[in-house]
Design a protein around this ligand. Structure first.
Ligand code: URA
Length: 209
């Protein structure tokens, strides 16, 4: 089973509290999401491998760790996932970015990809799927399935706020995927919004409501 990592840190908690406040502006909401993504990125990248490289300090030549050359792809699930990309790119400027947009037929529940664009060879990369809200888990499960269909084997999922049912759905469908979240909320209301949550993350990021 993939691990569930709840990244708790006072800075993340305080910033998330501000994001939850309905009076926080879109501008502040975007900035806070970016800042939290950077802070979460610190933990998400904790197991990145290093190799020793020779460096000449002003005093002598010695060996020090540098990041092992690896291929990372950050994949935001459109559209709210876009809000987490800039923060992670600040930490990992060498990462590539792929995009995936899915809609589910309301009757058949069959997902259709309305947008899909990945960097060449991404299936061999370490893939970091990002979406601020893990609610029913439907989009995350479908996005990960779609990436696996293309040959991806190394996928982790990063969410800001999750609920137990969304976590369970991902763990059931994709037991190999590690999940990183900043908070686990109580559950979903009848409209599938996270409670207490922060509302519609996409609307709040892009000021569409
Ligand atoms: N997506 C959101 O943006 N918010 C929720 O509460 C649930 C899903």
């Amino acid at each position: 089973m993939g691990s569930l990592n709840v990244i708790s840190h006072p800075l993340i908690e305080a910033k998330l509290t501000r994001m939850r406040d309905k009076n926080t502006s879109s501008q502040d909401f975007r900035l806070l999401l970016k800042e939290i993504s950077i802070l979460m990125g610190y933990e998400i990248t904790r197991n990145f491998e290093t190799v020793d490289a020779e460096v000449e300090t002003p005093i002598c030549v010695s060996k020090f760790p540098v990041l092992k050359e690896s291929f990372f792809t950050i994949v935001p699930i459109l559209r709210a996932g876009l809000g987490m990309v800039d923060g992670l790119l600040e930490l990992m400027p060498f990462a590539h970015v792929g995009h995936i947009g899915l809609v589910r037929d309301e009757e058949t529940h069959v997902p259709t990809e309305y947008y899909y664009k990945m960097p060449e060879g991404f299936e061999k990369s370490e893939v970091i799927v990002v979406d601020p809200m893990l609610a029913t888990g439907g989009s995350a499960v479908d996005a990960i399935s779609s990436l696996k269909k293309r040959g991806c084997t190394n996928i982790r999922l990063v969410n800001l706020v999750a609920v137990p049912e969304g976590i369970a759905a991902v763990q059931k469908a994709h037991p190999d995927v590690d999940i990183y979240v900043a908070a686990v909320d109580d559950g979903l209301n009848e409209d599938a919004y996270i409670v207490p949550g922060l509302g519609d993350a996409g609307d709040r990021i892009f000021g569409t409501k």
